[in-house]
Design a protein around this ligand. Structure first.
Ligand code: BF8
Length: 635
């Protein structure tokens, strides 16, 4: 009862029936127990920043209108939002830092477990950064790329972030610079928008939101955007580009998605989290002679590594492993009774997974000192011993396999084919090396525009429902859909990334997809790979010598959950892309903040936020924005 309301995915509905029958707790059940949730929190008007509080402002005018210090609802909302952006940006960027440190270690020979896997990408990134490549050794070039990346984190100068300066389209860079100057002239106060250093912009938010610092909504929102830009054009971009160098660039390939990728006869290892430095090794070591023999010795067919969430996306794209599911699937995977080990790194991991695993033979393995979970088995990951540690993790799973209770195994037989791996390089290759064919198709109206969809599952939205309906509605309207993260997994599971989905597209988009042999919905990677979307937008903008905000592009995070999604939405807006959000962000208690983000940002940045609960109405609005931008371009 009520299962269909919880998820639009038949595999999930099947597992939720089992959860109810067996009494397993889930996010859905715990969510119900949390009702009613605090409306001050939902509106963003509670403040816990100092110990004179906590304070809360009733947005309907009943009760106090100011916190003890005098903070208004707008100050409180803006500070809370800025802190969300700082946490989200820091999560993506700290991931990027680890990849940069690894590239440095590989370049200087102190780490031999990883290699420079994609020389072409290394040279392309170096060229983009104006690092000389002719006549130089690859490790020398890699060391320089790593040095520039690491300097982006800790540079103490006032000049803009080097990665952003070299990757952002010229017109966007100029617009942000111009806006900084205009705001200085009109307000008399410095308001920065171009990030200086990745760590600095997050620390700046921690400082300015300390008791008694920045109380001005515009200034706080501007810094949120600046910090988020240091993520999109900094930390996330560094993660993507350097992962491609170290682990290989993804290529277009078919994969399977949904819980049906678990195999009854095999040792199933689920990798969950975000950082492929670990999960790629787990995938690689599963193929080693040693692990294959060990699996066969206990009567298993093989070691089957499958993914969940964004680290799943990373190995799916590079190694073609199966994709078990997105965020709301993580508990359901364990409930199949067929997971021998779930190995996690950082971000988006429910602590509830430890308890749930203890109901099964499943080994729940944490690996990061930044994500310890009570009840988990901790196997500390260290990059310099990656091969050995990944092997140990797989052997732990193999050792658990004989304890599997076959009578309790239930693997829903659902899995869809998805064609994935549409990096900017792969898209340009498919187009013959230049964005021109795509531009022509947009100019002549065969494709009206491009929508980028990102983000999570959220228990407040029926799992995957918004993702599926919105995506289907957009392609129907000849809008090409690209995206990342748990949205991409939702699309993969529902068949929208398979070739038959071409027939769901409008006649223009359908013809293009048939001609190119691609689906109308393109998987561009994990959440840090939203930087690939920025780069695609940037490539088109630079090709046409316009700003990103001139292009018929629009974004959405229709089931967003995490603070990282706040950062992504904010750097899209800062890059000139209008962004739809659902569920409601916790800003509505601050009328001025709401106005800045939903209206003023339109003129200032060319990107803004809007909220809408209904997926069809959202598609209508996104199409309207695209048509307005087409009109402004005269196409
Ligand atoms: O990294 S895994 S829940 S935050 S979308 Fe959202 Fe999913 Fe997390 Fe983006 Ni990716």
């Amino acid at each position: 009862e009520g299962h269909d309301k919880r998820s639009a995915d038949p595999a999930a509905v099947e597992m939720l029936r089992i959860a109810d029958r067996e009494g397993y707790a889930t996010i859905w059940e715990r969510y119900e127990k949390q009702q009613p949730q605090c409306s001050y929190g939902q509106l963003g008007t509670c403040c816990r920043i100092c110990s004179m509080g906590p304070c809360r402002i009733d947005p309907f005018g009943d009760g106090p209108t100011h916190g003890v210090c005098g903070a208004t609802a707008d100050t409180i909302v803006a500070r809370n939002l800025a802190r969300m952006a700082a946490v989200g940006s820091s999560s993506h960027s700290d991931h990027g830092r680890k990849v940069a440190l690894l590239l440095k270690a590989v370049a200087d020979g102190s780490n031999t477990d990883y290699q420079i896997s994609d020389e072409k990408k290394l040279l392309a990134v170096a060229t983009r950064l104006h690092i000389p490549i002719t006549g130089r050794s690859l490790p020398g070039v890699a060391a320089d790329v790593a040095a520039v990346a690491l300097d982006c984190f800790g540079n103490q100068g006032e000049e803009p972030l080097v990665f952003m300066e070299k990757y952002m389209p010229a017109k966007r860079f100029q617009r942000l610079k111009g806006l900084e100057e205009t705001l200085y002239k009109t307000t008399g106060a410095k308001t920065g928008l171009l990030p200086r250093a990745i760590d600095r912009e997050a620390v700046d938010i921690l400082h300015r939101t300390h008791f008694g610092c920045d109380h001005d909504p515009l200034s706080l929102v501007a810094q949120s955007i600046r910090c988020s830009l240091s993520d999109g054009w900094g930390g996330s971009l560094i993660a993507t580009e350097l992962q491609d160098i170290l682990l290989g660039s993804p290529t277009i390939r078919p994969v399977k998605a949904n819980l049906g990728v678990l195999e009854a006869e095999s040792v199933n290892v689920v990798v969950h989290g975000h950082e492929p430095i670990l999960s790629a090794k787990v995938g690689e070591m599963a193929q080693s002679e040693e692990c294959r023999r060990a699996a066969e010795a206990i009567g298993a067919k093989r070691v089957n590594v499958v993914g969940l969430c964004c680290t799943g996306n990373e190995v799916l794209l590079r190694q073609g492993v199966g994709m078990a599911g997105n965020e709301s699937h993580s508990e359901l995977a364990i409930m199949t009774g067929a997971v021998d080990a779930m190995v996690v790194d950082v971000q988006c991991i429910y602590p509830a997974l430890a308890d749930l695993s203890s109901c099964f033979h499943t080994k729940f393995i944490t690996t990061s000192e930044q994500a310890k979970i009570p009840g988990a088995l901790h196997i500390q990951f260290e990059e310099q011993h990656a091969d050995a540690i990944a092997t140990r993790i797989i052997k732990t799973a193999i050792a658990a396999f004989p304890n599997r209770n076959k009578a309790r195994v239930h693997i829903p037989q659902h899995s869809s084919t998805a064609i994935v791996g549409f990096t900017v390089e792969e898209i340009l290759k498919a187009l013959g090396g230049t964005p021109q064919p795509l531009v022509d198709l947009i100019v002549n109206g065969t494709i009206k525009g491009v929508a980028g969809i990102v983000g999570c599952n959220n228990v407040k939205v029926q799992q995957d429902f918004f993702h599926r309906v919105l995506t289907t509605e957009l392609i129907k309207r000849d809008i090409l859909v690209i995206g990342t993260g748990c949205w991409a997994i939702a699309a993969a599971k529902s068949g929208l990334m398979d070739l038959p989905a071409q027939d769901l597209a409008g006649s223009g988009l359908k013809a293009v997809c048939k001609q190119l042999g691609i689906p109308p919905v393109l998987h561009m990677g994990s959440c840090v790979d939203c930087s690939r979307m920025l780069n695609l937008a940037g490539a088109i903008a630079d090709h046409l010598a316009v700003d990103i905000s001139d292009l018929p592009l629009v974004g959405s995070a229709p089931e967003w959950t995490t603070e990282k999604a706040v950062a992504i939405g904010s750097y899209f807006v800062g890059s000139g892309i209008p962004v739809h959000l659902w569920p409601l962000p916790p800003i509505l208690g601050g009328p001025e903040v709401t106005r800045i983000l939903t209206q003023d940002a339109r003129d200032l940045l060319g990107g803004w936020f809007f909220v809408e609960e209904d997926p069809v109405a959202t598609a209508d609005q996104m199409e309207k924005i695209i048509m307005e931008r087409r009109g402004a371009l005269g196409i």
